[in-house]
Design a binder for this molecule. Structure first.
Ligand code: ADP
Length: 211
């Protein structure tokens, strides 16, 4: 480290002379990796605002809003919703929670365009992504988990193996490049996503505690 920056604590907001310790975590992983389950525990433990783009889309679908109408066909087919729509929705959600201590992004970003938009948007608030943490698991284990979840969740995208496979294809093509994207920024971490739920929360916490 050169210059003066190194002697200051990370994430200090210099521009308005206040010291904010914002922690913004991106939970990363394939469909079914357990992001939503872990987010439920982490948001309470670290006092973070949980934003799940999947949950927000499903809420809009259920209530048949204009956004829901636009997103439905993509979601039902297992495809990603177009970036412009998703980014706008995410930004609106962040704007509603400006007094937070930090965000836990779950299911966003899922494309490099979304990651770029998130960086620019957070920067405009003097914030940044602190870390991206991936839950890793084998595809075949995950497909079984999703089909099991589909029996009770009512989610059409979890009930059909072809649609599940499309989601993995979407992940491999569009989302996997984010591993390199965040690695280049020295912000990428990964934990084993197989094990007891509490054990996995422990693995995630041990990373968050070092940030
Ligand atoms: P999972 O991780 O189990 O696939 P989610 O609940 O995160 O499910 O998302 C469900 C669906 O919502 C996705 O298949 C996609 O259609 C849409 N979606 C959620 N997040 C995004 C995103 N960031 N970009 C585009 N589409 C998204």
């Amino acid at each position: 480290m050169t210059g003066w920056a190194g002697i200051y604590p990370k994430f200090t907001n210099y521009n308005n002379n206040t010291t904010t310790t914002m922690i913004n975590i991106v939970l990363f992983g394939k469909p079914g990796a357990g992001k939503g389950t872990q987010a439920e525990f982490l948001k309470g433990k670290y006092n973070l605002t949980h934003i799940s783009t999947g949950d927000i889309f499903r809420y809009n679908l259920k209530n048949d809003t204009a956004l829901g109408k636009e997103a439905r066909s993509y979601m039902d087919n297992g495809e990603l919703v177009p970036d412009a729509l998703t980014i706008k929705m995410l930004q609106d959600e962040v704007e509603k929670n400006m007094d937070t201590k930090g965000f836990l992004f779950d299911g966003f970003p899922r494309t490099t365009a979304q990651a770029d938009a998130l960086d620019v948007f957070l920067k405009s608030k003097n914030w940044e992504v602190t870390a991206t943490i991936a839950l890793e698991a084998d595809d075949e284990v995950l497909v079984k988990r999703l089909l099991e979840r589909g029996k009770t969740s009512g989610r059409p995208d979890d009930q059909d193996e072809d649609k599940i496979r499309i989601r993995y294809q979407e992940y491999n093509e569009k989302t996997a490049p984010l591993i390199e994207y965040y690695s280049k920024q020295d912000k990428f971490y990964a934990v084993d996503g197989i094990g007891e739920i509490s054990e996995i929360t422990g693995r995630l916490s041990s990373i968050i505690d070092t940030l």
